[in-house]
Design a protein around this ligand. Structure first.
Ligand SMILES: [Zn+2]
Length: 259
């Protein structure tokens, strides 16, 4: 079985001591590729190091995380822009709106999102969206931009069936992670109304660890645990979940190596 972890931060300090083992465990679990969302200029070097060490398995994105859109956000945007001009990335990400932690820079977050969407269109790259307390805002923003060339993933989707339908109509996939395994998480109920064709798998490691490891550090080798739960909810085999979500991920990240 072949899986793709479409969203994992294996370059963060949480993996400082055993990063190589973590990567090897992911590969041994059938996770053929991991996609690394960029956060901000603080994380660029570590992300690119990991990609350099695992060139057939790890693929970096470039973009500014909404929580890093603060007073000096223009500097962060310029940093990301310089890197995009320098080399090719798998996607623009992770970008979006986060109203959970702080609403101070809401206007700047919207502006940065629009700017980075225009980069995605310019470089013909997918976008990977972080939405926290902002799914409807982002749906509206994407509708306003209204460019059918924009595609990508709503990472860590935990919204309603109605929101899922709107996102799919916009041409986006839904990133399903550890939350689907949580008791009382509610995502399993929503997933009943979503087609397997519209989802991709992700861990968001080191966060959002699936059951039975909830509370511990997450890692990409746990992708099969998420796939297993999706298989139960969708009443299909885990093989079918692997095949379909891998095909979906390949369709988003149009990378030559994945063909
Ligand atoms: Zn992330």
């Amino acid at each position: 079985m072949v899986f793709i972890d479409t969203h994992t931060h294996l370059y963060l300090n949480a993996f400082e001591k055993d990063r190589a083992e973590v990567m090897q465990r992911a590969i041994d679990s059938g996770v053929a590729a991991v996609f690394l969302p960029h956060v901000d200029s603080e994380t660029t070097e570590a992300m690119l190091d990991l990609e350099r060490e695992w060139p057939k398995h790890a693929f970096a994105m470039m973009g500014v995380h909404p929580c890093s859109i603060t007073a000096d956000y223009e500097k962060e945007l310029a940093h990301a822009r310089r890197w995009l001009e320098r080399r090719t990335f798998a996607a623009i990400g992770e970008i979006g709106i986060d109203l959970y932690w702080d609403k101070t820079f809401f206007e700047q977050q919207k502006l940065a999102f629009r700017t980075q969407c225009s980069w995605a269109l310019e470089y013909e790259l997918p976008i990977v969206i972080h939405a926290r307390d902002s799914t409807d805002v982002l749906i509206d923003l994407l509708r306003e931009i209204g460019d059918p060339g924009l595609k990508g993933i709503f990472h860590c989707f935990t919204g309603t069936a109605d929101q899922a339908e709107k996102i799919v109509d916009l041409g986006f996939k839904l990133g399903i992670g550890g939350v689907v395994t949580f008791k009382n998480g509610g995502l399993d109920k929503t997933l009943e109304h979503i087609s397997l064709e519209d989802i991709v798998l992700e861990t968001d490691a080191p966060y959002l660890t699936p059951t039975p490891y909830r509370g511990k550090r997450n890692e990409s080798s746990y992708i099969p645990l998420i796939a297993e739960k999706v298989a139960i909810v969708k009443k299909v085999t885990i093989q079918e979940v692997a095949d379909t979500t891998t095909r979906n991920a390949k369709a988003v990240f149009d990378q030559p190596f994945l063909k």
